[in-house]
Design a protein. Sequence first.
Length: 313
Amino acid sequence: MEAYCVKCKTKREITEAEAVFTASGTPATKGKCPVCGTTLFRMGATEAHAHLPRPEKVSRATNGKARNGGGVKRAGRLVIVESPAKAKTVGRFLGRGYTVKASVGHVRDLLRSALSVDVDNDFAPKYRVPNEKKAVVKELAELGRRAEQVYLATDPDREGEAIAWHLVESADFDRERVKRVVFHEITEHAIGEAFAHPRSAGTFTRFLRDYVRERQEVTLREGLRRMTLIPAQILEESVPQMTRKGRVQVGADADLVAFDLATVSDRGTYTQPNQTATGMRYVIVNGTPVIRDGALVRDAQPGRPIRRPVTAR
């Protein structure tokens, strides 16, 4: 078995190979470079892992240093935007109880001095926090550790989505306290609506209640199409796997949702934005119930990343 040696800058056979599991329960092989002695690490299961007990997954919320600060009392809400100017404006609209900080753009990048992808593991990227952003990430991590909720309010585009994800990863936020909010204009009304309905709670149910049931501007069939098929079609060209999403056909990946249109609704408010929706009886993703009998299954993690396949040239 080979792995890339960052010191030799080439692949080397792993010596003293040892089958291990990462803190998150992912199988890997650890060893040394036979030339320079550098520690080599390669992700993936091997036959040696079959005889080892798989450890329970340790959430990032409890891995390493305790995020509760050893009993530090949490208070207030942390909001992260991209620019300092926007931070001042948004902070003025939100008022007391909210701390608004700027990431000042991206907070992670690939290493420029070495190969930053694992060529033997689907070209998985290896990110690092640049030196000029370490102070920013450290401050945000400390503020997030002490906040009751963390709101990622980066821009509503692909770059903003990437920044939000890198913030969670680099600052090691407790995912149970992280919410994503988006707004398309910096006005008091738009920001209030965004924080009343963070994307992780009530997005689809609000659309069904507002546009399908109450306004009747969209039929139920068209509403479901806009929430399932259309997003998949937008991504098909760049991610071919999406041709199996958002439609009912042979070979499709079917996620099942059972809801009552007469009662389906979001319950988020400006002061209590994280309340779960009503009217959703069952949501089954990848065969795993996420909502069962109307109750959220909080430890369910059924999703898997979808990546564009890499073709050799």
